[in-house]
Ligand binder design. Structure first.
Ligand code: ADP
Ligand code: TRP
Length: 335
């Protein structure tokens, strides 16, 4: 198995990112066998497809890398790097732009959503974003790609590109990557509105728990989380119409590693006056150590940079033979 995934370095990570994505990465890394390989990267080239502040991008890349390390990504077992430092991504992307079709990219829902009505004003990079993503995956001949539901379409495209390239140039170079959409990954909702996803773009900081938040802030955010006056029921089905209550139970279960039904079995009949302090205590116990590691790492950003450089060197070595074979397949002179 060769597992690869990326995340855009767009600022502070929150509980939704942790429970919905990063924790799955750590679990995959921990489950790897001796012949398997895990690669995780900060997609800093993808970040250039929308307006960015260069200083912010540089800082976010280091901060997100530090967060991944703090959350348990271990450079001894997984390769962690930033995309732009491994030139194979951009080089293979250009080659694959000869293979990808306008019609395929035109159908991408992320392109349609992000460009909105202003397609003429969107960057070319936003349109070809999925080709770079395909290059990310195919450069390492990755077999499994842990992603959220919304990225499945991009993986499908990577498979189409791989198939067409293999056929057009009569090679068996790119294996078809499988998306891994974890059934266990919960969708965490805003603490202020149980129908909206917890997101870094929510203007209210009280809507999310950031992985950098201190203990008091975590407790305060949970205490102020929107709820209702009813006691907790005995089954999740009875929480169907109570989005905020359901979200807090989902968070508790994800943090404790239990099924939501087990959590309810313990708290049924109790109100939020009892449930919230228990959730706050659990959140502090689980997230506190991650935050403490993160704070230490942020005190030595140069060291995080060195770790990324080391990861990039290993990633480069893994991608080099594939890039070389792709160049050879299309007839580029490689000396
Ligand atoms: P945001 O919505 O905060 O901008 P991103 O879109 O950058 O987050 O997502 C990064 C990763 O975290 C993706 O894999 C995404 O599926 C996951 N993720 C983001 N928000 C949540 C959430 N509220 N619950 C579960 N997973 C989430
Ligand atoms: N597009 C992905 C996202 O927004 C991030 C990403 C970039 C990625 N390259 C990738 C994910 C390669 C998996 C594999 O979440």
């Amino acid at each position: 198995m060769r597992v690869l995934s990326g995340i855009q370095p767009t600022g502070n990570l929150h509980l939704g990112n942790y429970l919905g994505a990063i924790r799955q990465w750590v679990a995959m890394q921990d489950a790897m066998g001796a012949d398997d390989q895990c690669l995780f990267f900060l997609a800093d080239l993808h970040a250039l497809t929308v307006a960015i502040d260069p200083a912010d991008l540089a800082a976010s890349t280091i901060e997100m890398a530090a967060t991944l390390l703090a959350a348990g990504i271990d450079p001894a077992r997984a390769i962690l790097f930033n995309q732009s430092r491994v030139s194979a991504h951009a080089e293979l992307c250009w080659i694959l732009q000869g293979t990808a079709r306008m019609g395929w990219l035109n159908r991408m829902t992320q392109w349609k959503d992000k460009a909105g009505k202003n397609r003429e004003g969107a960057s070319v990079g936003l349109f070809t974003y999925p080709v770079l993503q395909a290059a990310d995956v195919l450069a390492y001949q990755a077999t499994h790609v842990p992603v959220g539901e919304d990225q499945k379409q991009h993986l499908e495209l990577a498979r189409d590109i791989a198939t067409k390239f293999n056929t057009d140039f009569a090679v068996e170079l790119f294996p078809l990557p499988e998306p891994l959409v974890s059934a266990e990954a919960p969708r965490i909702m805003s603490l202020r509105d149980g129908t909206a996803k917890m997101s870094k773009s929510d203007p209210s900081d009280m809507s999310r728990i950031n992985l950098i938040d201190d203990d008091d802030l975590i407790v305060q955010k949970i205490r102020k989380a929107k709820t209702d006056p009813e006691p907790l029921p005995a089954t999740m089905a009875e929480l169907e119409a109570r989005a905020e209550a359901r979200n807090l139970v989902t968070i508790y279960a994800a943090l404790s590693g239990e099924a939501p039904a087990e959590v309810l079995a313990r708290f049924a009949g109790q109100g939020f006056g009892a449930f919230k302090p228990a959730l706050a205590e659990l959140a502090v116990a689980t997230l506190g150590p991650i935050r403490d590691r993160l704070t230490r790492l942020l005190d030595d950003r140069a060291e995080v940079g060195r770790q990324l450089a080391e990861g990039a060197a290993r990633a480069h070595a893994l991608a080099a033979p594939t890039l070389r074979a792709a160049k050879q397949a299309v007839g580029l002179q490689i000396g």
